[in-house]
Design a protein around this ligand. Structure first.
Ligand SMILES: C[S@@+](CC[C@H](N)C(=O)[O-])C[C@H]1O[C@@H](n2cnc3c(N)ncnc32)[C@H](O)[C@@H]1O
Length: 362
């Protein structure tokens, strides 16, 4: 079927901010014709190679003539307006001049309101799960759950909402001790653990990830997964992680760019480990919460459990990621061995968001 808008263009006006640049890139990707206009020059639009048509300010008496002439010359039939005041002005302008121009989407302010509503709905859906996992211990408020979800969503990662909610819940009953994460990628779950460790006064956080291609190979998984890890730039992952952690209490967190096994040797020395700010972080050598999310091959997960679970405090939580996993059964087998071979260690266990959560007696 022929698209009636095929021969007309979208005007981005005013093309002055990041939202405009993002729209420009996405529109080009989908083959949409785009024209950019603004009253002031914009370096980011220029960097994207977007020609910028100059229009007077909307308050200028020449605005209407210039705008209508651009609309005619460029066959404009849609308007993307990433600034709230201009959006409101243009909505009236289009109506007053009876223009056949579709204003795309809602105003930036309305979008923010809508996003906030959606976030609150997400938090409201998850709060009962957080409370269920907390089993009666005082836990987070609705706004805290929303805040964690929002920040976590800004960080690339592989932990879903349900898993994060269960992490939020169980951490309220964790004893005081070290919080350890094996496998951090760009820091989505690390951020959540950092917040929870601070919120519940659990203890310092140690994250571990070698960000090294050789360690990421999932030998037991299908080829499709290998090609995904081939795409990574490991220096970007490492730097991206550090950037993502900057706003979140880096004074009580250290990272070891090592494999889990190498990091355990450092941790077992029970000497302070330097944070990214160069501050010595004193770990107790006793673990209150551990998130195992490194290499998912059976031998690796098994080794992670053997090494690190020897340092577990009574009542500590093990979070074994991808216990239910489409690409292999390493975590499933290692998790089941713990549950079946050492049942006396297990105080409580459940699966949530594909991860296995186990409260250990010792
Ligand atoms: C599934 S991702 C972690 C996702 C992260 N926890 C999140 O929620 O976004 C797995 C990570 O484990 C790391 N990794 C691979 N082998 C490892 C090992 N032997 N020790 C520690 N980390 C490892 C990889 O570099 C990768 O960043």
């Amino acid at each position: 079927m022929k698209n009636p808008n095929e021969n007309c263009a979208t005007l981005i006006f005013p093309a002055v901010n990041q939202t405009a640049v993002e729209y420009l890139k996405a529109a080009r990707d989908r083959g949409e014709q785009v024209v950019c206009a603004a009253s002031v020059a914009n370096d980011e639009i220029a960097a994207e190679g977007g020609e910028l048509h100059r229009l007077p300010s909307i308050y200028d008496e020449d605005f209407a003539r210039s705008f209508l002439s651009l609309v005619g010359e460029q066959s404009i039939c849609r308007l993307f307006c990433p600034v709230s005041t201009v959006y409101a002005f243009m909505a009236q302008f289009i109506s007053a001049h009876r223009l056949e121009i579709k204003l795309i989407g809602q105003s930036p302010v309305r979008q923010q309101i809508e996003q906030y509503r959606q976030l609150k709905m997400r938090a409201r859906r998850l709060l009962p799960l957080v409370e269920l996992c907390a089993e009666g211990t005082p836990t987070l408020s609705l706004l805290e759950v929303g805040g964690i979800l929002r920040q976590a969503s800004l960080i690339y990662g592989e932990s879903n909402d349900d898993k994060l909610a269960a992490m939020m819940g169980v951490s309220s009953s964790a004893p005081a001790g070290d919080v350890v994460e094996i496998g951090s990628l760009m820091g989505r779950s690390a951020f959540v653990l950092l917040f929870l460790a601070w919120r519940h006064g659990i203890g310092p956080v140690l994250t571990i990830d070698p960000w090294r291609a050789a360690d990421c190979i999932q030998r037991e998984s299908p080829d499709a997964l290998q090609t995904v890890t081939d795409e990574w730039d490991y220096e970007i992952l490492s730097e991206g992680f550090m950037v993502n952690m900057v706003p979140f209490r880096t004074d009580d967190h250290a990272h070891l760019r090592l494999t889990s096994e190498e990091a355990f040797n450092v941790y077992a020395r029970e000497e302070p480990i330097l944070s990214s700010m160069g501050r010595p972080i004193a770990y107790s050598g006793k673990i209150a919460v551990i998130h195992i999310d490194g290499n998912h091959d059976y031998d690796c997960v098994k080794k992670d459990c053997e090494l690190w679970l020897g340092r577990i405090l009574p009542g500590a939580w093990l979070i074994l990621d991808d216990y239910i996993w489409a690409h292999g059964d390493g975590p499933f087998r290692a998790g089941n061995e713990l549950l079946h071979d050492q049942p006396d260690r297990v105080e409580r266990a459940f699966v949530c968001g594909k991860a296995l959560f186990v409260k250990l007696r010792y």
